[in-house]
Write a protein that binds this ligand. Structure first.
Ligand code: SF4
Length: 255
């Protein structure tokens, strides 16, 4: 009988990433620096969709300076909200969605953001990732927010074989012991923004290379779990074309 492979060492993985990113001038995920208030985590995560962290940062600072909670945002008009969040793109849609969210939180939940996945995902613009972000960053409750970084890195590590972030969330909930759920997202997102980037991950510098199916495979020349991570062989330089001596003016050597 073939012995089953050892379980992935989540403790070592998370400890090493935490130690590695503890020092140095690395990018820090937006939510890790803004995880204080569940309402602001919720609205900030909606604003962060399809934009860069610095745009989310600018917009949320402007927005929360005027409308820091559901009651005040619900009383604003969309015309007042739109210029504040303009930098995030899709600002008409985002203004409509966050305004509706604020009103529903006020009407249905007495102005308090719920901490229940089903209630959270009943709000407009709130999918599983955003709802899990509210649990983890807003309330410190174990959740599994899966964005593109978490999805990609989990597949690179070889701990899941999934096609969508939703499938990855389900698989990680089974694979990761619950006591480690809270640090999974912030550390993987930071890793994805720095070393384990979408294209050409910087595996030789990675502190978890010995735990990672992709890092190990690339090191020993085996195909990695994700086809798109297979390094393309370096192109051979084309052989230099010889120019006939008659055109260069070079003389034939005398015999
Ligand atoms: S070894 Fe490479 S692919 Fe694996 S986690 Fe590190 S950077 Fe990502």
């Amino acid at each position: 009988m073939t012995p089953s492979p050892p379980a992935f060492d989540w403790e070592a993985f998370l400890d090493r990433l935490a130690a590695f990113y503890h020092t140095g001038d690395w990018r820090v995920p937006y939510l890790r620096d803004h995880a204080e208030d569940p309402f602001q985590v919720l609205i900030g995560t909606i604003l962060s969709q399809r934009t860069r962290d610095e745009n989310t940062d600018r917009a949320s600072q402007l927005l929360f300076a005027k409308y820091p909670d559901a009651a005040r945002l619900a009383r604003a008009t969309r015309a007042q909200i739109e210029p504040l969040i303009h930098s995030t793109g899709f600002y008409h849609t985002k203004a409509r969605v966050i305004h509706q969210c604020a009103r529903l939180i006020l009407d249905r939940f007495d102005g308090v953001v719920p901490h229940d996945l089903e209630q959270l995902t009943s709000l407009p613009g709130v999918g599983p990732k955003t709802a899990n972000c509210v649990l983890v960053f807003g309330y410190g409750i174990p959740g599994m927010p899966v964005d593109t970084h978490v999805h990609r890195i989990s597949n690179r590590l070889g701990v899941v074989r999934t096609r969508t972030p939703e499938q990855t969330e389900t698989a990680l909930r089974q694979s990761v012991p619950e006591r480690y759920w809270i640090p999974v997202n912030p550390l993987m997102v930071q890793h994805g923004q720095n070393l384990c980037r979408p294209n050409r991950p910087r595996c030789p510098e990675c502190p978890v290379i010995d735990l990672c199916a992709t890092g190990i495979a690339l090191r020993v020349g085996r195909p990695p779990p994700r086809k798109e991570d297979a390094r393309r062989p370096a192109r051979r330089k084309p052989a230099p074309t010889r120019t006939p001596a008659s055109k260069t003016g070079a003389r034939k050597p005398r015999r």
